[in-house]
Design a protein around this ligand. Sequence first.
Ligand code: ADP
Ligand code: ZN
Ligand code: ZN
Length: 734
Amino acid sequence: MPILRVALDVPLNILFDYLPPDTGITAQDIGVRARVPFGRNTMTGVIVEIATFSDVSPEKLKRAEHIFRDIPPLPPASLDLFRFCSEYYHHPLGEVVMNGLPNRLRSSKPFVMRTSPNILGYRLTATGREADISAIPHRSVAKRRLLKKLKETSIMDSQEAKELSKRASLALKELLALHWVEEIPLALPSASPSAHRTSSLPDLTAAQKNAIDVIAPRITEFNTWLLHGVTGSGKTEVYLRLISLRLQQARQTLVLVPEINLTPQLEAIFRARFPSVRLVSLHSGLSPNERMDSWLQAQQGDAEIILGTRLAVFTPLPKLGLVIVDEEHDLSFKQQDGLRYSARDVAIFRAKQAGVPIILGSATPSLETYYNAVTGRYLQLQLPVRAVRNATLPLIRCIDTRNTKTEESVSAPVITALEKCLALNQQSLVFINRRGYAPVLLCRSCGWAAACHRCASRLVVHLREKKLRCHHCGHQEPFPSLCPECGNQDIAPFGHGTQRVEATLAQHFPNARIMRIDRDSTARKDAWQQMLKDIQEQRVDILVGTQILAKGHDFQNLSLVTILNSDASLFSTDFRASERLFAQLMQVAGRAGRGGIPGEVLIQTEFPDHPLYYALRQHDYDSLAQTLLEERRTAGFPPFIYQALLRADAPKLADALSFLATASAMVKVPQQVEVFDPVPAQLARLKGTERAYLLVQSKSRKKLQEFLGAWRAKLDVLPNRKVRWTLDVDPLEF
Ligand code: ADP
Ligand code: ZN
Ligand code: ZN
């Protein structure tokens, strides 16, 4: 009797055995979903093996209830990918598998496949044709627009509907329910090879051409390429040409980007270049059905370009031909809870598995990647100059705030530069990496500072909303009128955030159009897209914002970037702080002068002679990277050592720490592996939970992995009622 071995979404590192359902099973059912009894309930998991025997005694074995044959099974390559992640990150296979599937497939309901996903058309029914549009309320804008358009054109697809209104899909659902509109399948657009070309390709720069000429002959083999191009050097154009090569060979390209916010722009660029190519995007902003559609098209090999954030790295891609990771240094490629994977590293595994190239693009590669390039494990290609004709890297200057006065954190030279920019009708960007009005509310008489009762953090002042907010857990509370400690009324915001800078600039420049861009102002769905449009169409003069603005954007008319206070990170205890600060500043600075108008960058600092600012002024990534690498080599930090954390969370810190101590005491630490003492995490309390960790490291990745494997097996059986623990391999945060 065959035994199904099912991966279930439970925190146990085992597969669960079941008898086949009454309907039977075939060898083709590996990789399909099955609904099985689990405890008193049922669960849906994925069959990853079919075995001939089970360790569970026959009378205890339960029968699977249902096998879902609604979509094709996950291919063996996907199952291998999941196994790799489970082993490398020491995370239960069942959680890895289920984490990698779209939500829609995790449910116990069968998935009803539409005849051809996404390529559905809509047309009016007879009732719909007779309907009176004027009877529809005016506020139902989407419905009115859709009906009007359908009366004119008779058929439209979902893309066209979306272009009419953001609420189109909801409106269409209602119209379908009313039987005014019906769905009809549409023929797929035929993708002829000639359609991959458009007439006006830009002439490549010498460096772009070189990069393509070097990669093209090796486009069918696995290599990890670092495309190290300064900001504005035209990395996207290199991606486009390489994708085009693969399209001609009917191969899929997976493009990973760090931010959901970056997908629409890149999507627009790709669509314009490849109008008849099937492109799908995959990110957490999609509805479950949209994500399912994209996933299916990718899994069936229909989608030729898959553009997504880190979760897209798990999409099955039968014709994978190329992988691109844009802004590879970005921290958001690392998942920070559950399965703590690095999408960049998983992407490299995938490329290797499929025997195809992977391109890691960045102006500021992570030191890990850079080191791999320097040592020859990755192949490096440089784009040292900006692509647009006459565009040069901006001039970067420091303003020494030890001898230049600042008022509300803004110095006179910055004001003058902004003034000049306004007079020239050019845009400027004021960078301050703190949202809110001020990072602290202080009592001047006793020194009390408002703190979050659930987290080990200060509450941030949001003056506009008259609230104090925790940026870690989202807790908010009203502004106190007196100091809760001493009763003094003299409490005031201390320090500067985006809202405060925005207010200051508004006073200086009452006629300027100032836009604040941070997580608060872009929180509403589609807000950022509208803001981007306003920026691109020159309806904004001064952008005030956080690191959202540092990422990949190409604003043509932006000539001035000012950085208000970044000194705090210069002396952080986190060994990655300098690397991050440098990358961030280089990226923000890189937004200036991209369109051919000369760019200027002003940095307010008390340490203008610091090597980091020196390298920044010279646009010298390499020399700073080498200095930082040397420091890391001496101090024994990654990439010269491999690390993992055992993290423990508990209501009481003592419990977390004692769990970690027990965990470390119960194993014999092999040679070449170091296990450190348990310590509280950098953010020691989050949402009322105390957090601690224990660092394990080794110069040998293999030794570390072996140790973690053996350790994990023991951890699994360690009683730990009060503690939640997890392993974090290659941690980026402590
Ligand atoms: P980055 O390397 O920072 O990602 P982008 O790909 O955004 O740079 O390109 C920067 C700008 O240069 C874009 O406006 C792009 O259209 C333009 N560009 C890229 N390649 C060329 C080229 N060969 N000739 C002219 N302009 C180009
Ligand atoms: Zn006080
Ligand atoms: Zn909090």
